[in-house]
Each structure stands twice: as structure tokens, then as C-alpha cells.
Design a protein around this ligand. Sequence first.
Ligand SMILES: [Zn+2]
Length: 63
Amino acid sequence: MSNAPEISCPTCRKSIVWGDDYPHRPFCSARCKQIDFGDWANEAHSIPGEPVMDAELLDETQH
Ligand SMILES: [Zn+2]
């Protein structure tokens, strides 16, 4: 029973084996881990702020 499951890196879709060879799993590497972290961090930062206010102002002028 030594068959390690294979998974795909969420960032680059590379197939890796779930095991000690890949300490950054489910990512294939530290770089992919940081890329994915940066993506959702940017999305979290974009929720509050000026773009939403701009959209509301535009909506009011159209009515
Ligand atoms: Zn990767």
C-alpha cells in the first residue's frame, strides 16, 4: 500500500504525487504556492474601495 495519490497543482496543473517529495502540496513548488496566494489576496483587496463607489455613482446618473 505505497501508492501515493496523484494530484494536479492548482496553479500550473502539473501532476504531482501527494508525498514528501512535494512539501508545498497541493502545489508543485513554493513559486506556485505564492502565485495562488497572491491571486486570492488581490481579489480580497479589490472588494472594498473605489471601483464599487464609481459603479454606484454611474448608476445614479443613469437614473
Ligand atoms: Zn505548479
